[in-house]
Design a protein around this ligand. Structure first.
Ligand code: ADE
Length: 462
């Protein structure tokens, strides 16, 4: 902190020319955040740049002033810090802490959902941050995973105070202006009575805790209206297999009446929230000195999906029945003693056979199917049964086997890594996402070997 204070003091009277601007870190409706390096000492900042004309035209001057006012009050490691501001003829510049790891969302997307340890640690840091914020009488009002950044040591740094409010002493709620937060995390009181209070941030916390564990937020709809409908009715359901202490905590936070939420002033404030069973082993006093747990996925119990039965009308194991010979041919492992022309004749013949026999052929763009079979594709608590098709493209397509619709593909990449968990479960780690796949017929090893061999083959060709 002493270091932070020195940095802040040393940085008065900055101007644009003092910085080298690099990549864009984020873009919003009214601002762009750019990585900026102080030429004098190499210090990196996340420079939030706002165009004056645009702010005035969109009538957001009050929000910009509010953000500066609020950020100036916050001096805590769990928040981005405002080190300096300056302006030129057409822009405003806010010099903020640079959170090296960026938003928490891509990590959540990559693993689908967090395991219990990870959920607990990151939720605890958000709780600690809110405790501090509310002591300063500030309501964030737009807490969501996109506003939760991670610093180099993987600790939380909360950002975006453009819609925050500072309450008068003794006041416990504020009238909402035209602003309504992000649909999925907005509290029911903001929708029904247009009031926000400290407990509105607790509502968002409950939604985030749910999302960390499930992989998706508790309230969602085809559009904002449907989402709002669910929120005002408090209509959400906790998926089977949710760890009991997390389910209990969510149920104590996602309560329509704000004063009834665990953590609300009327319920004794943050003390009882921090003492909830879920946080039993959290050492609150040293959170920021602790090494955050590695971000890992939670895989709910397998019995969760026992009700999935889309196999009706298919082969017993849903396997394509002619992957053996194709596999050899497609891998280029077919009889190498044959002349090349005859090998390509083989491929043509196999393609012709595939076109007349395989229901998956229309999804494969004329490529040869090397292996196809049903897998459960899991993302957090959602689990979809898909026909996974590996072709000599190479491509990994997945098809909804009931609707017979191509749902997507696992992007092939040379950086893709295969991980075999057990005879049914395997992971495909791509740069942006990890795919959790379960082959109910127990052929995880065959999938892994096939895909790894294709990768090797592709590398040797390139
Ligand atoms: N994106 C938006 N704000 C940021 C910050 N302060 N650090 C890193 N990435 C960001």
């Amino acid at each position: 902190m002493a270091d932070d204070n020195q940095k802040a003091k040393a940085d008065v009277g900055k101007k644009k020319e003092d910085f080298e601007f690099a990549k864009i870190l984020g873009e919003g409706s009214y601002s762009t955040v750019v990585l900026a390096k102080d030429k004098s000492n190499g210090q990196k900042y996340a420079m939030k740049i706002l165009e004056k004309k645009h702010i005035i035209k969109e009538k957001k001057v009050a929000y910009v002033n509010r953000e500066k006012e609020v950020l100036s009050k916050i001096k805590h490691p769990l928040f981005v810090r405002l080190y300096f501001t300056f302006q030129d003829s057409d822009k405003l510049y806010f010099g903020l802490s640079f959170a090296e790891r960026g938003e928490i969302t891509p990590y959540l997307r990559k693993v689908g959902c967090f395991d219990e340890t990870c959920t607990k640690f990151y939720t605890a840091e958000i709780v600690e941050a809110l405790d501090y914020l509310h002591q300063l009488r500030i309501i964030h009002r737009d807490l969501k995973p996109e506003n939760i950044l991670l610093n180099e040591q993987w600790h939380v740094q909360i950002t975006d105070f453009g819609t925050a409010k500072v309450l008068e002493p003794g006041s416990s709620q504020c009238r909402a202006d035209s602003f309504v937060g992000t649909a999925e995390y907005v509290s029911p009181e903001l929708l029904t009575s247009k009031n926000a209070c400290y407990a509105s941030d607790l509502w968002a916390l409950g939604c985030i805790l749910f999302q960390f564990t499930a992989g998706f937020p508790p309230f969602h709809g085809a559009n904002e209206y449907q989402c709002f409908q669910k929120i005002t009715k408090g209509e959400y359901s906790i998926p089977d297999g949710f760890p009991a202490p997390i389910a209990d905590l969510i149920e104590k936070i996602l309560i329509l009446e704000p004063t009834e939420r665990l953590g609300a002033e009327e319920k004794g404030g943050f003390g009882p929230l921090k003492q909830h069973d879920f946080f039993e082993d959290i050492k609150w006093d040293t959170l920021m000195e602790q090494k955050p747990p590695p971000i890992k996925a939670y895989l709910p119990g397998q019995d969760l999906h026992s009700d999935m039965n889309v196999l009706d009308g298919m082969d017993a194991d849903g396997q394509d029945d002619f992957d053996g010979s194709l596999l050899l041919a497609g891998l280029g492992l077919a009889d190498q003693s044959k002349p090349l022309a005859s090998q390509s004749d083989d491929r043509k013949a196999l393609l012709a056979k595939q076109e007349s026999n395989s229901p998956w052929s229309p999804f494969c763009n004329g490529e040869l199917i090397l292996k196809a079979g049903l897998v459960d594709k899991r993302k957090g608590f959602s689990c979809k049964r898909r026909q996974l098709i590996c072709t000599d493209g190479p491509h990994l397509y997945y098809v909804d086997p009931v609707a017979m619709v191509l749902k997507g593909e696992i992007p092939w990449s040379e950086h893709m890594q295969l991980e075999m968990k057990n005879f049914k479960t395997f992971f495909i780690h791509t740069p942006n996402r990890t795919y959790f796949l379960e082959d109910p017929s127990g052929e995880a090893q065959q999938w892994v070997t096939l895909i790894e061999n294709l990768q090797k083959k592709k590398k040797s060709v390139n």
